[in-house]
Design a protein around this ligand. Structure first.
Ligand code: PEP
Ligand code: MN
Length: 337
Protein backbone atom coordinates (compact mmCIF):
# COMPACT_ATOMS: atom_id res chain seq x y z
CA UNK A 1 0.00 0.00 0.00
CA UNK A 2 1.17 3.54 -0.60
CA UNK A 3 0.34 6.62 1.42
CA UNK A 4 0.36 9.73 -0.75
CA UNK A 5 1.26 12.82 1.27
CA UNK A 6 -0.22 16.25 0.64
CA UNK A 7 1.94 18.68 -1.33
CA UNK A 8 2.55 20.80 1.74
CA UNK A 9 3.10 17.89 4.16
CA UNK A 10 5.96 18.52 6.58
CA UNK A 11 8.89 16.27 7.48
CA UNK A 12 7.63 15.88 11.02
CA UNK A 13 4.20 14.75 9.77
CA UNK A 14 5.95 12.13 7.67
CA UNK A 15 8.24 11.05 10.49
CA UNK A 16 5.22 10.51 12.71
CA UNK A 17 3.66 8.16 10.14
CA UNK A 18 6.91 6.29 9.50
CA UNK A 19 7.50 5.67 13.20
CA UNK A 20 3.91 4.50 13.64
CA UNK A 21 4.36 2.05 10.73
CA UNK A 22 7.52 0.73 12.38
CA UNK A 23 5.74 0.39 15.73
CA UNK A 24 3.18 -1.76 13.93
CA UNK A 25 6.01 -4.07 12.89
CA UNK A 26 6.02 -3.04 9.20
CA UNK A 27 8.66 -1.45 7.00
CA UNK A 28 8.24 1.96 5.45
CA UNK A 29 9.93 3.07 2.23
CA UNK A 30 9.95 6.70 1.24
CA UNK A 31 9.84 7.97 -2.32
CA UNK A 32 10.49 11.69 -2.48
CA UNK A 33 9.05 13.02 -5.71
CA UNK A 34 9.31 16.45 -7.25
CA UNK A 35 5.63 17.05 -6.60
CA UNK A 36 4.96 15.06 -3.48
CA UNK A 37 6.21 12.34 -1.18
CA UNK A 38 4.89 8.82 -1.08
CA UNK A 39 5.35 6.35 1.77
CA UNK A 40 5.24 2.69 0.78
CA UNK A 41 4.33 -0.05 3.22
CA UNK A 42 5.54 -3.36 1.89
CA UNK A 43 3.98 -6.57 3.08
CA UNK A 44 0.66 -7.61 4.49
CA UNK A 45 -1.14 -4.45 5.54
CA UNK A 46 -4.42 -6.11 6.54
CA UNK A 47 -3.64 -5.75 10.24
CA UNK A 48 -3.14 -1.98 9.92
CA UNK A 49 -5.95 0.38 10.82
CA UNK A 50 -6.51 2.13 7.49
CA UNK A 51 -8.92 4.70 8.93
CA UNK A 52 -6.31 5.67 11.48
CA UNK A 53 -3.70 6.16 8.73
CA UNK A 54 -6.02 8.43 6.77
CA UNK A 55 -6.45 10.59 9.87
CA UNK A 56 -2.74 11.37 10.26
CA UNK A 57 -1.94 15.00 9.45
CA UNK A 58 -0.50 15.47 5.99
CA UNK A 59 -2.06 12.37 4.40
CA UNK A 60 -3.78 12.98 1.07
CA UNK A 61 -4.91 9.45 0.26
CA UNK A 62 -3.99 5.77 0.33
CA UNK A 63 -3.64 3.54 -2.71
CA UNK A 64 -3.18 -0.22 -2.69
CA UNK A 65 -0.43 -1.50 -5.01
CA UNK A 66 -2.05 -4.51 -6.56
CA UNK A 67 0.88 -5.75 -8.63
CA UNK A 68 3.27 -8.11 -6.81
CA UNK A 69 6.24 -5.81 -7.39
CA UNK A 70 6.02 -2.81 -5.11
CA UNK A 71 9.24 -0.78 -4.85
CA UNK A 72 9.90 -1.25 -8.58
CA UNK A 73 6.36 -0.12 -9.37
CA UNK A 74 5.87 3.24 -11.07
CA UNK A 75 2.87 3.83 -8.80
CA UNK A 76 5.22 3.92 -5.83
CA UNK A 77 7.78 6.13 -7.62
CA UNK A 78 6.10 8.00 -10.49
CA UNK A 79 9.17 9.82 -11.81
CA UNK A 80 12.00 8.03 -13.63
CA UNK A 81 14.84 6.84 -11.45
CA UNK A 82 18.06 8.51 -12.54
CA UNK A 83 21.39 7.73 -10.92
CA UNK A 84 25.00 8.49 -11.44
CA UNK A 85 27.67 5.99 -12.44
CA UNK A 86 31.13 7.56 -12.47
CA UNK A 87 29.74 10.87 -13.71
CA UNK A 88 27.33 9.30 -16.23
CA UNK A 89 23.59 9.82 -15.65
CA UNK A 90 21.75 6.52 -16.08
CA UNK A 91 18.05 6.86 -16.92
CA UNK A 92 18.28 10.53 -17.92
CA UNK A 93 17.78 12.31 -21.21
CA UNK A 94 20.92 10.91 -22.79
CA UNK A 95 20.82 7.34 -24.10
CA UNK A 96 23.85 5.64 -22.57
CA UNK A 97 26.03 3.34 -24.60
CA UNK A 98 27.91 0.67 -22.77
CA UNK A 99 30.50 -1.06 -24.94
CA UNK A 100 33.37 -3.49 -24.69
CA UNK A 101 34.28 -7.09 -25.26
CA UNK A 102 32.36 -10.08 -23.95
CA UNK A 103 35.36 -11.11 -21.84
CA UNK A 104 38.42 -9.35 -20.52
CA UNK A 105 41.28 -11.13 -22.29
CA UNK A 106 44.31 -8.90 -21.71
CA UNK A 107 45.23 -5.36 -20.68
CA UNK A 108 46.07 -4.41 -24.26
CA UNK A 109 42.80 -5.78 -25.64
CA UNK A 110 40.79 -3.85 -23.02
CA UNK A 111 42.72 -0.61 -23.40
CA UNK A 112 42.51 -0.65 -27.18
CA UNK A 113 38.77 -1.36 -27.08
CA UNK A 114 38.10 1.21 -24.36
CA UNK A 115 39.95 3.97 -26.21
CA UNK A 116 38.19 3.31 -29.48
CA UNK A 117 34.67 3.06 -28.03
CA UNK A 118 35.20 6.16 -25.89
CA UNK A 119 36.26 8.07 -28.98
CA UNK A 120 32.90 7.18 -30.57
CA UNK A 121 30.84 8.26 -27.57
CA UNK A 122 30.57 5.16 -25.37
CA UNK A 123 30.19 6.25 -21.76
CA UNK A 124 30.65 3.00 -19.88
CA UNK A 125 33.01 0.08 -20.50
CA UNK A 126 31.90 -3.55 -20.25
CA UNK A 127 33.92 -6.75 -20.00
CA UNK A 128 33.48 -10.01 -18.10
CA UNK A 129 36.13 -11.29 -15.71
CA UNK A 130 33.94 -14.13 -14.45
CA UNK A 131 32.15 -15.66 -17.43
CA UNK A 132 29.03 -17.86 -17.24
CA UNK A 133 29.87 -20.31 -20.03
CA UNK A 134 27.60 -23.11 -21.20
CA UNK A 135 30.55 -25.47 -21.52
CA UNK A 136 33.05 -25.97 -18.71
CA UNK A 137 35.72 -26.37 -21.42
CA UNK A 138 35.18 -22.82 -22.74
CA UNK A 139 37.21 -19.83 -21.53
CA UNK A 140 35.92 -19.00 -18.05
CA UNK A 141 37.41 -15.52 -17.72
CA UNK A 142 40.54 -14.18 -16.05
CA UNK A 143 38.89 -13.82 -12.62
CA UNK A 144 40.50 -11.28 -10.30
CA UNK A 145 43.26 -10.54 -12.83
CA UNK A 146 40.46 -9.45 -15.19
CA UNK A 147 39.06 -7.12 -12.52
CA UNK A 148 42.50 -5.56 -12.03
CA UNK A 149 42.73 -4.97 -15.78
CA UNK A 150 39.31 -3.30 -15.79
CA UNK A 151 40.24 -0.92 -13.03
CA UNK A 152 43.58 -0.03 -14.67
CA UNK A 153 41.75 0.70 -17.93
CA UNK A 154 39.27 2.86 -16.03
CA UNK A 155 42.20 4.84 -14.64
CA UNK A 156 43.64 5.27 -18.12
CA UNK A 157 40.41 6.24 -19.88
CA UNK A 158 38.07 7.54 -17.17
CA UNK A 159 35.33 5.15 -18.32
CA UNK A 160 33.35 3.54 -15.48
CA UNK A 161 33.13 -0.25 -15.77
CA UNK A 162 30.40 -2.84 -15.58
CA UNK A 163 31.29 -6.47 -14.98
CA UNK A 164 29.45 -9.62 -14.00
CA UNK A 165 29.39 -11.22 -10.58
CA UNK A 166 28.09 -14.79 -10.34
CA UNK A 167 28.45 -15.71 -6.68
CA UNK A 168 27.30 -13.94 -3.50
CA UNK A 169 30.73 -14.59 -1.91
CA UNK A 170 32.40 -12.60 -4.68
CA UNK A 171 30.20 -9.49 -4.48
CA UNK A 172 32.57 -7.60 -2.20
CA UNK A 173 35.62 -8.47 -4.34
CA UNK A 174 33.91 -7.42 -7.59
CA UNK A 175 32.54 -4.27 -5.88
CA UNK A 176 36.05 -3.23 -4.96
CA UNK A 177 36.92 -2.94 -8.69
CA UNK A 178 33.67 -2.31 -10.58
CA UNK A 179 31.29 0.65 -10.84
CA UNK A 180 28.28 -1.47 -11.83
CA UNK A 181 27.67 -5.08 -10.83
CA UNK A 182 26.12 -7.16 -13.58
CA UNK A 183 23.76 -10.00 -12.71
CA UNK A 184 23.61 -12.12 -15.84
CA UNK A 185 20.59 -13.73 -17.45
CA UNK A 186 21.48 -17.13 -16.00
CA UNK A 187 21.51 -15.72 -12.49
CA UNK A 188 18.46 -13.48 -12.64
CA UNK A 189 16.73 -15.69 -10.10
CA UNK A 190 19.78 -16.50 -7.99
CA UNK A 191 18.09 -15.05 -4.93
CA UNK A 192 21.15 -15.25 -2.68
CA UNK A 193 23.07 -13.24 -5.27
CA UNK A 194 20.25 -10.67 -5.56
CA UNK A 195 20.30 -10.17 -1.77
CA UNK A 196 24.08 -9.80 -1.84
CA UNK A 197 24.14 -7.18 -4.61
CA UNK A 198 21.28 -5.34 -2.89
CA UNK A 199 23.32 -5.14 0.32
CA UNK A 200 26.38 -3.93 -1.60
CA UNK A 201 24.57 -0.62 -2.33
CA UNK A 202 26.20 -0.52 -5.77
CA UNK A 203 24.52 0.12 -9.11
CA UNK A 204 23.36 -3.19 -10.57
CA UNK A 205 22.61 -4.18 -14.14
CA UNK A 206 20.05 -6.96 -13.91
CA UNK A 207 19.65 -8.93 -17.14
CA UNK A 208 16.39 -10.63 -17.97
CA UNK A 209 16.58 -14.40 -17.69
CA UNK A 210 16.25 -16.10 -21.05
CA UNK A 211 13.07 -17.84 -19.92
CA UNK A 212 11.74 -15.20 -17.56
CA UNK A 213 8.61 -13.13 -17.75
CA UNK A 214 8.66 -9.41 -17.18
CA UNK A 215 6.98 -9.88 -13.83
CA UNK A 216 9.74 -12.29 -12.78
CA UNK A 217 12.33 -9.71 -13.86
CA UNK A 218 10.61 -7.00 -11.81
CA UNK A 219 10.34 -9.28 -8.80
CA UNK A 220 14.05 -10.07 -9.11
CA UNK A 221 14.71 -6.29 -9.08
CA UNK A 222 12.51 -6.08 -5.99
CA UNK A 223 14.99 -8.28 -4.07
CA UNK A 224 17.68 -5.66 -4.69
CA UNK A 225 15.45 -2.65 -3.98
CA UNK A 226 14.34 -4.13 -0.65
CA UNK A 227 17.85 -3.52 0.68
CA UNK A 228 17.38 0.19 0.12
CA UNK A 229 19.45 0.06 -3.08
CA UNK A 230 17.47 1.92 -5.76
CA UNK A 231 20.22 1.80 -8.42
CA UNK A 232 19.00 -0.99 -10.66
CA UNK A 233 19.16 -1.07 -14.46
CA UNK A 234 16.91 -3.63 -16.14
CA UNK A 235 18.38 -5.15 -19.29
CA UNK A 236 16.37 -6.89 -22.00
CA UNK A 237 18.74 -9.28 -23.76
CA UNK A 238 16.39 -11.54 -25.67
CA UNK A 239 14.45 -14.60 -24.65
CA UNK A 240 14.42 -18.17 -25.93
CA UNK A 241 11.91 -18.94 -28.65
CA UNK A 242 11.62 -21.55 -31.42
CA UNK A 243 13.64 -19.31 -33.76
CA UNK A 244 17.16 -20.52 -34.43
CA UNK A 245 18.55 -17.95 -36.90
CA UNK A 246 19.10 -15.63 -33.98
CA UNK A 247 20.67 -16.62 -30.66
CA UNK A 248 17.65 -15.28 -28.77
CA UNK A 249 14.56 -13.28 -29.72
CA UNK A 250 14.60 -9.65 -28.67
CA UNK A 251 11.34 -8.81 -26.94
CA UNK A 252 10.99 -5.27 -28.27
CA UNK A 253 7.69 -4.70 -26.47
CA UNK A 254 9.46 -5.29 -23.16
CA UNK A 255 10.97 -1.80 -23.48
CA UNK A 256 7.81 0.36 -23.56
CA UNK A 257 6.03 -2.05 -21.25
CA UNK A 258 8.76 -1.94 -18.61
CA UNK A 259 8.90 1.84 -18.94
CA UNK A 260 5.19 1.92 -18.09
CA UNK A 261 5.36 -0.57 -15.23
CA UNK A 262 8.52 0.64 -13.53
CA UNK A 263 10.55 3.77 -12.85
CA UNK A 264 13.84 1.90 -13.27
CA UNK A 265 16.07 2.55 -16.31
CA UNK A 266 15.70 -0.01 -19.10
CA UNK A 267 18.56 -1.00 -21.40
CA UNK A 268 18.88 -3.40 -24.29
CA UNK A 269 21.69 -5.80 -25.20
CA UNK A 270 21.36 -6.40 -28.96
CA UNK A 271 24.57 -8.47 -29.03
CA UNK A 272 23.29 -11.33 -26.88
CA UNK A 273 19.75 -10.86 -28.21
CA UNK A 274 20.79 -11.58 -31.82
CA UNK A 275 24.13 -13.39 -31.64
CA UNK A 276 24.99 -11.86 -35.02
CA UNK A 277 27.10 -8.78 -35.54
CA UNK A 278 25.24 -7.72 -38.68
CA UNK A 279 22.00 -7.48 -36.69
CA UNK A 280 23.39 -5.39 -33.86
CA UNK A 281 23.03 -1.97 -35.50
CA UNK A 282 19.44 -2.31 -36.78
CA UNK A 283 18.29 -3.87 -33.51
CA UNK A 284 19.98 -1.09 -31.51
CA UNK A 285 18.08 1.44 -33.60
CA UNK A 286 14.81 -0.32 -32.86
CA UNK A 287 15.66 -0.42 -29.15
CA UNK A 288 16.40 3.31 -28.96
CA UNK A 289 13.28 4.11 -31.00
CA UNK A 290 11.23 2.02 -28.53
CA UNK A 291 12.50 4.09 -25.60
CA UNK A 292 15.55 2.24 -24.26
CA UNK A 293 17.69 4.25 -21.84
CA UNK A 294 20.83 2.60 -23.11
CA UNK A 295 22.38 -0.10 -25.24
CA UNK A 296 24.98 -2.67 -24.28
CA UNK A 297 27.20 -3.57 -27.22
CA UNK A 298 29.96 -6.15 -27.51
CA UNK A 299 32.99 -4.74 -29.32
CA UNK A 300 36.31 -6.51 -29.91
CA UNK A 301 39.41 -5.23 -31.71
CA UNK A 302 39.71 -8.58 -33.47
CA UNK A 303 36.43 -10.53 -33.22
CA UNK A 304 37.75 -13.53 -35.19
CA UNK A 305 40.13 -14.21 -32.33
CA UNK A 306 37.83 -13.37 -29.43
CA UNK A 307 37.79 -15.94 -26.62
CA UNK A 308 34.01 -15.63 -26.38
CA UNK A 309 31.12 -14.27 -28.46
CA UNK A 310 33.27 -13.19 -31.42
CA UNK A 311 30.44 -13.70 -33.93
CA UNK A 312 28.26 -11.09 -32.24
CA UNK A 313 31.06 -8.62 -31.47
CA UNK A 314 31.38 -5.48 -33.56
CA UNK A 315 34.72 -4.35 -34.92
CA UNK A 316 35.62 -0.86 -33.64
CA UNK A 317 34.84 0.69 -37.04
CA UNK A 318 31.42 -0.99 -37.05
CA UNK A 319 30.77 0.43 -33.60
CA UNK A 320 31.73 3.87 -34.88
CA UNK A 321 29.29 3.56 -37.79
CA UNK A 322 26.55 2.32 -35.49
CA UNK A 323 26.94 5.28 -33.13
CA UNK A 324 26.64 7.71 -36.04
CA UNK A 325 23.46 6.06 -37.27
CA UNK A 326 21.99 5.80 -33.78
CA UNK A 327 22.25 9.52 -33.07
CA UNK A 328 19.36 10.69 -35.31
CA UNK A 329 17.19 7.87 -33.97
CA UNK A 330 17.78 9.07 -30.40
CA UNK A 331 17.01 12.64 -31.45
CA UNK A 332 13.83 11.55 -33.23
CA UNK A 333 12.46 10.28 -29.92
CA UNK A 334 13.54 13.35 -27.96
CA UNK A 335 16.75 11.93 -26.54
CA UNK A 336 20.46 12.55 -26.96
CA UNK A 337 23.21 10.06 -27.60
C1 PEP B 1 27.21 -10.91 -20.80
O1 PEP B 1 26.68 -9.79 -20.85
O2 PEP B 1 28.42 -11.06 -20.83
C2 PEP B 1 26.36 -12.11 -20.73
C3 PEP B 1 26.86 -13.28 -20.42
O3 PEP B 1 25.07 -11.85 -21.02
P1 PEP B 1 23.73 -12.67 -20.60
O4 PEP B 1 23.82 -12.89 -19.13
O5 PEP B 1 22.66 -11.74 -21.02
O6 PEP B 1 23.76 -13.94 -21.39
MN1 MN C 1 28.98 -12.22 -24.36
Amino acid sequence: MIIVMKKDATTSQMDRIVSWIKQMGQQAYISQGEERTVIGIIGDTRSLDHTLISQFDGVENMVPIEKPFKLANREFHPQDTVFNVGGVAIGGERVVSIAGPCAVESFDQMLETARSVKEEGAQVLRGGAFKPRTSPYSFQGLGEEGLRILSRVREETGLPVVTEVMQPELVSLVSSYADVLQVGARNMQNFALLHAVGKAQRPVMLKRGMMSTMEELLLAAEYILLHGNPQVILCERGIRTFETYTRNTLDISAIPLLKQLTHLPVMVDPSHATGKRELVEPVSMAAVAAGADGVVIEVHPNPEEALSDGSQSLKPEQFAAMMKNLKPVAEAVGRKL
